[in-house]
Design a protein around this ligand. Structure first.
Ligand code: AMP
Length: 123
């Protein structure tokens, strides 16, 4: 079961305008901004404006309008940032302690601009 949404998480505060962000795209239901600690030349976070803790909760509970808006925004961002060519990119999301999610508001990382290595390293 997904844990309760914390309205004081850092992305909720960004959505309320309490913390600045470097916006890439804003749509009615979605905000995308540059990650503060980029792991690649392109590292953008895409978040729904609604209060969803993680991917599973967003996928289960968001309206059709929110779901379409979010994914179309992702496509637009890939296009805007030049990621749709043959070199590609990575879109990933972390959830919970096993996924090592730091911020408990659903976000998709879009990374590109270099070879990104394997998705999961053995340890
Ligand atoms: P995750 O570990 O999947 O929860 O990723 C959280 C991401 O949020 C990390 O990549 C952080 O660098 C990023 N982050 C944390 N605070 C901010 C902020 N104020 N603005 C932009 N990105 C942030």
């Amino acid at each position: 079961m997904t844990k309760a949404y914390d309205p004081n998480n850092i992305f909720a505060r960004i959505l309320r305008g309490e913390i600045p962000n470097k916006t890439v795209l804003e749509t009615p239901h979605t905000l995308a901004f540059h990650d503060i600690g980029p792991q690649a030349p392109v590292h953008v976070l895409v978040i729904p404006k609604g209060a969803y803790v993680d991917f599973a909760e967003f996928a289960a509970k968001a309206s059709a309008e929110e779901l379409v808006d979010f994914h179309r925004a992702c496509a637009q961002i890939c296009d805007m940032l030049g990621l749709t060519g043959p070199d590609g990119y990575r879109a990933i999301t972390n959830a919970g302690s096993h996924g090592m999610q730091e911020v408990p508001h659903y976000h998709l990382h879009i990374l590109g601009g270099r070879v990104l290595g394997r998705l999961v390293s053995p340890d």
